[in-house]
Design a protein. Structure first.
Length: 262
């Protein structure tokens, strides 16, 4: 029961949606650096290829691109078909792709709800459903396959920023993950959420530029999340050490949710 086996992901087959940029890129690098075989998927094919080239240069694991536009159901199906052509099983599915939309309450458009909920919630179910046969293929009672859903602290609290569809979608994702944990746990597949606080990413770039210091001041640990933080949490959930964790929401925010506001 030593750490080299408890947290080992060597040789595991992983698929990370949105794995070319931001938090997804941090997660992908964490797996590749620890010997996993990682498939990266997003609609930006050039970004997928670029990330894979960079990660393969780092090793010791490997990275492979399967571009797909998750807004299109046909692309989701093609992703699953292409993956099955390449691999006979899937050990870890990281549902990370997401979008945001900020606008004042009086001007918040109807289109924002369709766009954000489709990618952040609906397609998590779609992709999970399509890849469940691959997750089941080699899963066992003592070695379950894993689903890791990247949520947000904005799905736990009421955010200050006017991102109505985003916070609602993440709250829905957190509960969907628990529902999946119940149904798929019986099929030797775990489902857990990482509710992320602020990390350096394209989605957070402007917010951190405008409010970075005040955001850090509201976090008990007084810093923004690092790549090691989110990658390490994923490695734990994907390894033997995390094999009995199912239906959990891990708040990865330096304590911002519980930080005193007075």
């Amino acid at each position: 029961m030593d750490r080299s086996t408890l947290f080992d992901v060597t040789g595991k087959v992983v698929l990370v949606t949105g794995g070319a940029k931001g938090i997804g890129r941090m997660i992908s690098e964490g797996y590749v650096a620890n010997g996993a075989k990682v498939y990266i998927s997003s609609r930006d094919a050039k970004a997928c290829d670029k990330a894979c080239a960079e990660l393969n240069a780092l090793g010791p694991g490997s990275a492979h691109a399967i571009p797909a536009d998750f807004y299109k159901l046909e692309d989701c199906k093609r992703l699953a078909e292409e993956f099955r052509k390449r691999e006979d099983h899937l050990d870890v599915l990281v549902n990370n792709s997401g979008s945001n939309w900020g606008a004042s309450f009086d001007e918040y458009p109807d289109a924002a709800w369709t766009r954000v909920l489709t990618l952040n919630l609906h397609r998590v179910f779609t992709i999970t459903q399509l890849l469940t046969p691959s997750l089941e293929a080699k899963a066992g009672q003592d070695s379950p396959s894993r689903i890791i859903n990247i949520g947000s602290v904005d799905g736990l609290r009421v955010p200050t920023l006017e991102t109505f569809a985003y916070s609602s979608s993440k709250a829905g994702l957190h509960h969907l993950s628990r529902v999946l944990a119940n149904h798929l746990g019986k099929r030797h597949i775990t489902s857990n959420v990482i509710a992320c606080g602020p990390f350096e990413s394209k989605m957070m770039a402007q917010t951190l530029k405008d409010f970075g210091e005040s955001i850090k001041a509201g976090i008990p640990l007084n810093r923004i999340g690092s790549p090691e933080d989110v990658a390490g949490t994923c490695l734990f959930l994907s390894s033997r050490a995390g094999s009995y964790v199912n239906g959990a929401t891990i708040t990865l925010d330096g304590g911002s949710v519980i930080g005193s506001k007075i």
